[in-house]
Ligand binder design. Structure first.
Ligand SMILES: Nc1ncnc2c1ncn2[C@@H]1O[C@H](COP(=O)(O)OP(=O)(O)O)[C@@H](O)[C@H]1O
Ligand SMILES: [Mg+2]
Length: 246
């Protein structure tokens, strides 16, 4: 059973066909990189996968279940989480408070009143553990707006992980980062638990080739190539599009 399946997905904005008959299947634990020039339809695809946007036609399946009609929160509850191209943290709250909020959102048991004190302590411990695990313990008490942009992207990833996702959608997690910050974010993505399925949009080809099990190439709303790193690296049409694009 595939983790995530897209069947004949199309989406138009007025006269513009942003996605045209896109199909793909991502296997459990796979790292699937989605690449393609600006305007190819990558973010539109992720918006439809997460439920932020409706498809004009086609289907999305999560572990064999048709989730096409489901709202974003229902998909999230089923284990589909995403980060955003624009960072998603609460700027005035501390890093720790941001993680606590994400854990609260993911954990419905805290609404049981008599469990409250115990759960608060458990959640605090869990939030600290997340931050320590991802080497952000030192900035736990700082307001999220005061940490570096790279640290905000790491925090964004931690917030998505707090949802305990089965499938994680990452839209350009390295966009706008310095070379050193890219290394840190890529390192974190590489160290995510292997059982989590990851679909990731990436602009930087070196990062994409580095992380991918398989790569899907979108161009003008269509899948023009799919394969492992070697196949995509040696694909003449892909090379041509990238040389022509920049
Ligand atoms: N909400 C929208 N309304 C109108 N056009 C949109 C909207 N979202 C995306 N588009 C258009 O759809 C195309 C694909 O955009 P997008 O999915 O953001 O591409 P990518 O992420 O690959 O750069 C672009 O031409 C873009 O201008
Ligand atoms: Mg995009």
């Amino acid at each position: 059973m595939s983790a995530l399946v897209v069947e004949a997905l199309s989406r138009s904005f007025g006269g513009l066909r942003a996605l045209s008959n896109v199909s793909l299947a991502i296997e459990p634990g796979e790292r699937r990189l989605i690449i393609g020039p600006n305007g190819a339809g990558k973010t539109t695809l992720f918006n439809i996968l997460s439920g932020a946007l409706n498809a004009s036609s086609g289907k999305v399946k999560l572990f064999d279940r048709d989730i096409t009609p489901l709202a974003p929160y229902a998909r999230a509850k089923m284990g589909l989480a995403r980060t955003f191209q624009i960072t998603n943290v609460f700027p005035r709250l501390t890093v720790l408070e941001n993680v606590l909020l994400a854990l609260l959102a993911a954990d419905r048991s805290v609404f049981c009143m008599h469990q409250r004190m115990h759960d608060n302590e458990r959640l605090f411990a869990q939030a600290h553990a997340y931050l320590e695990h991802w080497n952000l313990g030192a900035i736990a008490a700082r307001p999220a707006k005061a940490i570096s942009y790279g640290e905000q992207r790491l925090l964004d990833l931690i917030l998505a992980m707090a949802m305990q996702p089965k499938v994680l959608l990452l839209d350009e997690p390295t966009a706008g980062l310095s070379a050193a910050e890219v290394v840190r974010v890529v390192g974190m993505i590489r160290s995510l638990p292997k059982e989590i399925t990851i679909a990731m949009i990436e602009h930087d080809m070196d990062v994409a080739f580095d992380l991918a099990d398989r790569i899907t190439v979108l161009h003008q709303g269509c899948v023009i190539a799919e394969g492992d790193v070697d196949a995509i690296r040696n694909n003449a049409q892909v090379t041509e599009i990238y040389l022509g694009a920049d």
